[in-house]
Design a protein around this ligand. Structure first.
Ligand code: C2O
Ligand code: CU
Ligand code: CU
Length: 467
């Protein structure tokens, strides 16, 4: 299908949607006097000093800076105008947000790719507070590898009691000797664990130092927005507690990582840590990543000023997000097998980029590419019902399995004891089988894929329909 044909057939309904949207706004306005949070996000090329020489042809939303942290408030409307200033297609996805399907940013499944010079207005009201993120879902491989990944913070309606917060966006870049972006993938990598970058950054910086008041309480929001790397993380010098996992307050406790048992944060995953800053000025907390045999300081929080003498116990517990309780007794189980792809299939380009080969599959079918035509959903669920997905990894590689628009929680694994916390991205180990439970409360066609982008783009993608 040609993108233009598609556009002509849908433009009539776009007008209707805008009208309906306006009516909804009026209704909302009557209930709440809060104006929507409006932000323009313009995709543009920029250069940035990642290593020794400026890296050109990076993609961001402003000049000489990484994509900004976007702030929203739970239950308050947001309007994000994505302006495509590039001469290629894009679409923006809000990872982890349980918003209406039309606003999910997946090309062909929920909207058309946004052409160069075009603007798409995303409007939604985030139902959940927490740490989320955004990235393109069209030209995903190259735009993300060029830097277009940002953190999205949805604040609670009440104050939890932190003195400050620190967002850390972890991301690798794959640079050549003159510090320019290399092709972000190799076919060899795509068929295995993925292709790794060679420069690890936090907020596009190497080992940045952030000042926070001595003895104060800092909310550390860490997001792994890399296309490939499973970050292996721990903190030194910190008194801390994990308070949220992939956006949602934890139900089951996750212990603080140490050098011996680091935290594995797969691509797409987030963790919120409540940290108490050292009481003495000049002392610091280091966030450390194990990268092969090395330990790399990803970021440092340094104590400044007078001791605030805070205590982690003074923090209010995070309010639970409005998630429905699963009804396990009525749940139906669906098997989803992740493995190699049958030989010979080639993904289509569909204006959203292709790696030219398929290596991966779900239930032995490789995704045919972004413009998937009338491919059927992996599973169809009735709205409101509880379902169990049996996620089975048939391969020796790890896969961060991600669902759009819904959240699930692990209930059993054949390999380990998994804390049962709500998530949108589950890191599936080698030959692991994990049952996750979900309540199909959000209608629509929801993308479902591995978040190693090379796997996503070479077959390990599908979608789940809720009607
Ligand atoms: Cu964060 Cu479909 O992706
Ligand atoms: Cu997503
Ligand atoms: Cu994968």
């Amino acid at each position: 299908m040609k993108r233009r044909d598609f556009l002509i057939t849908t433009s009539a309904s776009i007008g209707a949607t805008l009208f309906a949207g306006g009516a909804t706004n009026l209704a909302l306005g009557a209930l709440s006097s809060k104006a929507p949070i409006i932000t323009d996000l313009k995709l543009q090329k920029t250069s940035f000093l990642l290593r020794d020489q400026p890296t050109k042809n990076m993609v961001s939303l402003s000049k000489n800076a990484p994509p900004p942290v976007i702030y929203g408030i739970q239950d308050q409307q947001m309007q994000l105008n994505v302006i495509n200033g590039l001469d290629e297609y894009t679409a923006m996805h809000w990872h982890g947000l349980r918003i209406p399907n039309k606003m999910d940013g997946v090309p062909y499944l929920t909207q058309l790719p946004i052409g160069g010079g075009e603007t798409f207005r995303y409007e939604f009201t985030p139902p959940d507070a927490g740490t989320y993120w955004y990235h393109p879902h069209c030209m995903t491989m190259t735009q993300m590898a060029s830097g277009l990944t940002g953190v999205m913070v949805i604040k609670e309606k009440t104050d939890i009691g932190f003195n400050s917060e620190q967002v850390i966006n972890l991301k690798d870049f794959r640079l050549d000797k003159s510090d320019q972006l290399k092709q972000p993938y190799t076919l060899r990598g795509a068929a295995r664990a993925g292709t790794f970058g060679n420069v690890q950054t936090a907020n596009w910086l190497q080992s940045p130092i952030y000042n926070h008041q001595a003895g104060s309480l800092v909310r550390l929001r860490i997001a792994n927005t890399d296309t490939t790397r499973i970050y292996s993380l721990y903190l030194t010098g910190a008194d801390g507690e994990i308070i949220a996992w992939d956006g949602h307050p934890t139900d089951e406790q996750i212990s603080m990582p140490t050098e011996q048992s680091p935290l594995f944060l797969g691509p797409g995953q987030r963790v919120d840590i409540a940290c108490k800053m050292p009481a003495i000025e000049g002392k610091s907390i280091n966030l450390i990543a194990k990268v092969r045999a090395n330990k790399k300081i990803m970021a440092t929080l340094q104590s400044v000023g007078e001791d605030q003498k805070r205590n982690i116990k003074e923090l209010k517990p995070l309010p639970k997000n409005p998630l429905l309780k699963p009804d396990l007794k009525s749940a139906q189980t669906h098997k989803l097998i992740f493995g190699w792809s049958p030989e010979g299939t080639v993904p289509n380009n569909g204006f959203c980029g292709s790696l030219g080969s398929n290596f991966w599959s779900i239930n032995r079918k490789a995704w045919p590419g972004d413009d998937a035509g009338n491919v059927q959903p992996l599973v169809t669920m009735k709205q409101g019902q509880t379902h169990i997905l049996r996620l089975q990894n048939e391969s020796p590689n790890l896969h961060p399995i991600h669902i759009h628009g819904l959240v699930f929680k692990p209930i059993r694994s054949n390999k380990r004891k998994l804390p049962s916390n709500w998530t949108d991205t589950l890191l599936l180990l080698k030959n692991e089988i994990v049952d996750v439970v979900l309540v199909a409360d959000n209608p629509g066609d929801w993308a479902f894929h591995c978040h190693v982008i090379e796997h996503q783009k070479t077959g390990l993608t599908g979608y789940i329909r809720v009607v």
